[in-house]
Design a protein around this ligand. Structure first.
Ligand code: WT7
Length: 622
């Protein structure tokens, strides 16, 4: 790569072989984005072609109206002769002593069909919601695809979420079946997931638990071995309308309750296929490792759907990237010959923190492209990634998107560039974005994969995305700036969402969990900078009771653990007598943030209780 001021470009060799290497694509797509997406969609297999590409009744919109499709037919039936014997999935277990499990497309298809037939047998029908609470094991991918095969709507719940968090999602979607596992390995421990699943289905409509065996000898048990034998190895794909639900995935917003993002079959399939093909430049022999858990949208789109739609190999790893040694992730890249690696800035900063010595024995010579996602990547982490992992030879695509967008919307294309540290790049061809008063907006025709609604909450959908700048602009809740070349830099969330190690956490949701504690009258959670995780939550809780402070702090942490899970654990808990408030009783989180950062507080005349500020200063600074 040639360094031109602070811009980087792909090598000639990379460019030559890339699917896209000419910036003219932006112009072509920009002229008529709908026509452009329609052209792309034609490369996929449709049972029935669509009648209208894009239908817009602001704020509602539809894509490929009247078309019929199934995402799994585009994985297992399109281009089948060429791909059936290729490796679809490589699974790396956490214990070093265990063997990897490897599935060709034909083998994976058989597993998916068996699972799909089993779901049918227990009464799952097209449109039914099915919960998936599985760790990072191949059965998780199989379960997702089995649902998609028969037109059931999966709701994947991150396996580290607590039973309470699982319950909320099962209740909201009224799922009758939950697919889970007896456990998994993480950081050297065997985690009893089944116990959490059994707890989480209490007070829900779940009548049937389907359990994958992680600890036992049978890899995947449908109730009993006998059941499995009865199942057929083929299951016909359900013909889905473009606008039918592909899946629901919950994400955090400003308020206490998570939102179920609704994704549509046609648009999601088109966007996940094409963004993978062009942004990760998927070619036949690629081995792609996206390190995200399947419980997040990154895992949905770039571990499961996109690489498989493209007929390449996707790798999934069960455990912690630094277990049993800090270089486990590097070993995996070498062992399996990973060619494209996609991870979060937090992971990059963690790798960097282990020092350069552990990397000396790794050449990473199969790697040809790197990706970053989930939170802003600072220039120094970018440069470290570029130098030490990419060996100054791999483009870095910094990809901006959200659970709501279904797939990547902003990034530089790897065969085009330029790559600028800390900038994500340009909107994907066919996507229009604008930065207005510092806010990032997506303009019509949006993108085929953008969410169609919030499950059972149309009001929230309108309020969250379509009210700030009217019904014709999708409000992302991200702040951004644009440079002289049009490259976009994401600054961060403008709402009460924080990104902790790339995980999306709502401070409001944390507060709601803490407020469940009978002795905590009120609390405020704010995000503060963290060297490795990017951001971390800290808690201010009002407590005037008699318990020892260490005891009550433990209980507060327990509340978060119970309501959400370990990913939201706070960096610090402070007990206060009182929190700064406006006269109308609103807690001034902004003031707390400034106090924590030791910044100028500015005008405090709107505070109803200015004396609370001095008390908090005492708690923070002693
Ligand atoms: C939020 C969405 C993107 C899929 C996984 C996370 C932040 C995401 C970037 C990036 C800066 C980023 C935004 C966004 N974000 N990618 N490349 N640079 N910030 O999906 O959990 O729904 O989180 O992640 O703040 O709104 P999510």
């Amino acid at each position: 790569m040639i360094k031109k001021s602070e811009l980087y470009y792909p090598t000639e060799e990379f460019k030559k072989n890339a699917w896209v290497n000419d910036p003219k694509i932006y112009e072509e797509a920009g002229k008529d984005p709908v026509k452009f997406w329609e052209k792309l969609a034609q490369e996929l297999f449709w049972f029935k072609p669509w009648k209208k590409g894009f239908l817009h009744k602001p704020p509602y919109f539809q894509w490929f109206v009247g078309g019929k499709i199934n995402i799994t037919s585009n994985i297992f039936e399109r281009d089948w002769e060429a791909r059936k014997n290729r490796i679809a999935l490589i699974w790396e277990p956490e214990p070093i002593s265990e063997e990897s499990r490897i599935f060709t497309y034909a083998e994976l298809f058989k597993e998916v069909c068996q699972c799909a037939n089993y779901l049918k047998k227990i009464g799952v029908k097209k449109g039914d919601r099915v919960g998936i609470y599985l760790p990072m094991i191949p059965e998780a991918v199989m379960a997702m695809l089995a649902c998609a095969r028969i037109g059931a709507v999966h709701i994947v719940v991150f396996s580290a979420f607590s039973p309470d968090a699982l319950r909320v999602r099962l209740q909201d979607t009224e799922a009758k079946v939950l697919i889970t596992a007896d456990g998994y390995y993480r950081g050297g421990k065997f985690i009893d997931l089944l116990k959490n699943a059994e707890d989480g289905i209490k007070e829900t409509k779940v009548k049937k638990l389907v359990v994958a065996q992680r600890s036992g000898k049978t890899p995947w048990s449908f109730d009993s071995a006998q059941d499995k034998q009865e199942e057929k190895d083929f299951c016909k794909a359900a013909e889905m309308n473009s606008e039918d639900l592909q899946f629901i995935l919950y994400t955090s917003g400003s308020t206490g309750k998570p939102k179920g993002c609704m994704h549509a079959c046609g648009g999601y399939t088109v966007q996940s296929y094409w963004t993978g093909k062009w942004i990760f430049d998927f070619h036949e022999n690629d081995i792609f490792w996206c390190t995200s858990d399947l419980g997040w949208v990154t895992g949905h789109t770039y571990t499961t759907y996109s690489p498989l739609l493209n007929g390449i190999t996707t790798l999934m790893f069960e455990g912690a990237p630094n277990f049993p040694t800090p270089d486990r992730w590097a070993q995996i890249i070498e062992k399996h010959g990973v060619t494209v690696f996609y991870t979060a800035p937090t992971a990059i900063r963690m790798f960097e923190s282990y020092g350069e010595d552990i990397l000396k024995k790794y050449r990473f010579d199969k790697l040809r492209l790197l990706g970053s996602v989930g939170e802003p990547i600072d220039e120094s982490a970018w440069l470290w990634y570029y130098k030490n992992i990419g060996k100054e030879n791999c483009p870095i695509v910094d990809t901006w998107w959200q659970t709501e967008t279904g797939g990547i919307l902003i990034t530089s294309l790897p065969g085009v560039g330029p790559f600028k540290p800390a900038f994500t790049g340009l909107p994907f061809p066919g996507v229009k974005a604008e930065v207005k008063d510092g806010n990032l907006l997506i303009l019509p025709p949006f993108a085929p994969g953008l969410l169609r609604g919030i499950y059972k909450n149309p009001k929230k959908y309108l309020e969250t995305y379509w009210s700030q700048y009217g019904k014709e602009a999708y409000f992302t809740s991200d702040g951004a700036i644009v440079d002289e070349n049009g490259l976009i830099r994401i600054i961060g969330r403008v709402d009460d969402v924080i990104k902790v190690a790339g995980h999306r956490i709502s401070t409001g949701e944390m507060e709601a969990a803490i407020n469940e504690h009978p002795e905590i009258t009120e609390c405020a959670v704010i995000g503060v900078p963290d060297r490795i995780k990017g951001e971390a939550p800290i808690v201010f809780a009002v407590y005037n009771g008699a318990k020892l402070s260490e005891e009550i702090k433990k209980e507060i942490i327990g509340q978060i653990q119970k309501g959400i899970g370990p990913i939201a654990l706070p960096k610090e808990v402070y007990l206060a007598e009182d929190l700064p408030k406006t006269r109308s009783g609103k807690i001034m989180r902004r003031v707390l943030k400034k106090l924590w950062a030791k910044e100028e507080l500015g005008d405090l005349s709107t505070l109803a209780n200015p004396e609370s500020v001095d008390k908090i200063k005492k708690i923070l600074y002693g």
